[in-house]
Design a protein around this ligand. Sequence first.
Ligand SMILES: Cc1cc2nc3c(=O)[nH]c(=O)nc-3n(C[C@H](O)[C@H](O)[C@H](O)COP(=O)(O)OP(=O)(O)OC[C@H]3O[C@@H](n4cnc5c(N)ncnc54)[C@H](O)[C@@H]3O)c2cc1C
Length: 511
Amino acid sequence: MTLKSTAKFGIRMVSTQRVTIIGAGAGGLAAAIDLARQGVAVTVLEQAAAPGGKIRVDKAGIDSGPTVLTMRWVFESLFADAGTTLDSHLTLRRAELLARHAWSETERLDLFADPARTADAIAAFAGPKEAAGFNAFRIRAQRIFHTLDGPFMRAQKPSALSLTVATGIGRMRRIAPFSTLWHALGEHFRDQRLRQLFGRYATYSGSSPFECPATLMLIAHVELEGVWLLDGGMIRLARAMADVATGLGAVVRVNAPVAEITAHRGKASGVVLANGERIESDAVICNADVAALACGALGRATKGAVAVPKREARSLSAVTWGITAPTGGFPLTRHNVFFSRDYKAEFDAIFRDGRVPDEPTTYICAQDRGGEDRGGQDGPAETTGPERLLVLINAPPNGDRHVASPSEIEQWTTRTFSLLTRCGLTVHRRPELTTVTTPTHFAHLFPATGGALYGQAVHGSMAAFHRPGSRSALPNLYLAGGSVHPGPGVPMAVLSGRLAAQSALKDLTSR
Ligand SMILES: Cc1cc2nc3c(=O)[nH]c(=O)nc-3n(C[C@H](O)[C@H](O)[C@H](O)COP(=O)(O)OP(=O)(O)OC[C@H]3O[C@@H](n4cnc5c(N)ncnc54)[C@H](O)[C@@H]3O)c2cc1C
């Protein structure tokens, strides 16, 4: 390798190695940045019309994938290592008010960036004992996060044993892998509403709080550490990552579906696009869900490259409504959650019965609202003009087996918006200004998943160790994305992309 300077981002190494990346999701783009800055000739092939993967906007410009941006430091370090800064590409503000939660017209609770204010709000909502419970929970979640940050999240495919060796048995016990999140929350909260609120963080990894290990309370810590509001929406993050990658010399091609990963002498050797174009490469990184590799959707050569993910272990899917409409009766903030009355019944419906719950807990991202703290209000309770909303409920990942009929979708809509009405919110929606996305749509967007949005659910104490690492069983084929270690969520997918780039680079340089 030789050193060469580039106009945009300073010194980098130049090599003749070529890496093809399938998919321009967060993981694929992060891998592209890390490899391109090392001088590798990177080509990213994305089947959709724009980079971002699950980070996407609908035709009305509504962010229709991730909306909650956390772990800012992950993006800062990706951009800094590439010789640039996050701030020079994006305008980020810390949300003072993290989220507003409602159980009825009279039961509301806000969580704040300032933990003391959150404790006060919990005391006013459910009494001082619950506030003390929150303080203890917060510290416990923080400890779990710090225990796992280095030896699990940033490590290449840790096993239970390697993690125990790295952290020590005492610390391993601290991460509570053998208790469910729901059970552990009972040690901190007697109020079932608070158990529900903090249990909901399990769904960020597509899992049920009744089945995932208590370890997942670290997600609560991540959110309590800071939620960031991005000017222009989350799609800007995907565009900025694509810009950095191309600024470093990577080629990002959209409308470029890959039909097959080719192999030569037992090693991945390139790809064939759906139009027949062949691209030879020294390594391939797959950012599609690993289920696509396992089921042979990317050709026979890669079929044994990963263990076949179990269909019954798929994570949550979703039904979303992208809506432009005036709202009334409820002072929405940026992030809002409206809870069902029976949380257990919801997860039983999804994971046991494979159906959308009768009364689904509903998340609303009010994208034009600021997340500022205005003493319990955040913008007016009534709006005269339309505003952009993403309304989301969890759903079973069976979009490949069940195509919902229009009347079924209407039923889901009625159930969801009735719950919002019960909590005081009216959305004056019009069908022509509403885009509904079902598990079947998600299954089409993300092949072989059935619409599961977060890889495999983290159900049971060992599930997190079952995700594949960045190296597949086929030499020269690497894996990145939410279905791979360390797991789903935009920052985690970025970490996985960086781990894939690290593995590919190590193997390429050692050859
Ligand atoms: C509705 C929703 C809400 C979410 N909310 C949040 C949130 O608030 N905060 C958060 O951090 N995370 C959230 N997530 C999760 C987060 O979006 C994902 O974990 C993360 O973006 C996944 O990134 P990835 O690297 O796995 O790539 P993906 O986003 O899965 O992208 C993979 C890409 O590969 C492409 N691809 C697949 N097969 C091929 C092929 N054969 N040829 C070419 N291209 C191909 C796909 O088109 C896609 O663009 C949410 C997800 C969804 C769907």
